[in-house]
Design a protein around this ligand. Structure first.
Ligand code: GLN
Length: 294
């Protein structure tokens, strides 16, 4: 008589949960389930239906590797290789910032202010989540996106294709590689630039500081380096009346309003995230003193 000691999906899941709980991961239950499903190539429903069935050895090996990577701090999203943003799927991995829920506020602000229009440029596109969501939910004539990182751009291109959105990408340090023909012709510029104060980076969560690209986080000594550059340079590229949209850090609202106003932007506004913290700032470009009093 042989006893079947093989681990089942159910027991593997419970062990994984325990392991991640002990490692201090707050979402241990959800994470263990997602890792098991990915390792076995199953949907959630399929995995639940197999609760009492043995976990195939190959899936178990992958699952154990995933759990140990997660225990060591590698972000869940990088292990899974994809993540959702605004209900859309995005490939992610080392070298590209994981799309955050907070960024949905930025996309929604743009759709509210700018849905009927023309050409929009996203600076520092990363996974491409901003222009791809805009392409899916908005009605833009043309979407342009730049990033300084070829790794990020490779992800963004794959993601645009995956979601069926047409975007023209340029490898570029802000506006530097953008064709001259767009000077004064952009209807909107958007950016979620690196905005963490440099000295704060070592204090971020392990997942972020050890695994996510620093060049997507480091905003210089006061976190505002990219805002200053983009506000100044975007004036050459935006048409009069064009919009500039930023995601910002929760404590940067006041400073950004000042920078935007000093840079000649009017109708400036701040939007808060779901936690009630300042998260988005936007405004319109003017040409003259007179207009700036509007
Ligand atoms: N919101 C990101 C974080 O909290 C920062 C992204 C950025 O610098 N643009 O890690």
């Amino acid at each position: 008589m042989s006893r079947n000691n093989a681990r089942t999906f159910g027991s593997a899941l419970r062990e994984g949960r325990e392991m991640l709980k002990t490692a201090g991961k707050p979402d241990f239950a959800l994470e263990a389930a997602l890792l098991l499903e990915q390792a076995a190539g199953l949907t959630r429903t399929e995995r639940i239906l197999r609760e009492k069935e043995p976990l195939p050895a190959q899936a178990d090996t992958i699952y154990q590797r995933f759990l140990s990577e997660r225990k060591n701090g590698r972000p869940l999203q990088y292990i899974l290789g994809e993540w959702e943003f605004m209900g859309l799927p995005f490939f992610v991995g080392e070298g590209v910032l994981i799309p955050r829920n907070d960024t949905e506020i930025l996309v929604e602000s743009i759709l509210e202010k700018q849905n009927d229009c023309g050409t929009l440029l996203d600076i520092g596109t990363g996974s491409g989540c901003i222009p791809i969501a805009l392409g899916k939910y908005g009605t833009f004539d043309k979407l342009l996106a730049v990033d300084i990182s070829p790794t990020a751009l490779a992800y963004a291109e794959k993601n645009a294709q995956r979601n069926g959105v047409e975007i023209t990408f340029y490898e570029s340090d802000l506006f530097t590689a953008l064709p001259e023909e767009w000077k004064g012709r952009l209807d909107a510029v958007v950016s979620n630039p690196p905005y963490i104060r440099r000295e704060e980076i070592p204090t971020l969560m392990q997942e972020v500081r050890e695994f996510e690209p620093w060049n997507a986080l480091d905003g210089g000594a006061d976190g505002l380096d990219f805002y200053r550059r983009i506000i100044q340079e975007s004036r050459k590229w935006l048409r009069t009346g064009g919009w500039l949209f930023f995601e910002i850090g929760y404590d940067q609202g006041k400073e950004l309003l000042c920078l935007m106003k000093d840079g000649g932007f009017v109708q400036t506004e701040i939007r808060k995230d779901l936690a009630g913290l300042d998260r988005v700032v936007f405004g319109r470009k003017t040409e003259t003193e007179l207009e700036s009093n509007v």
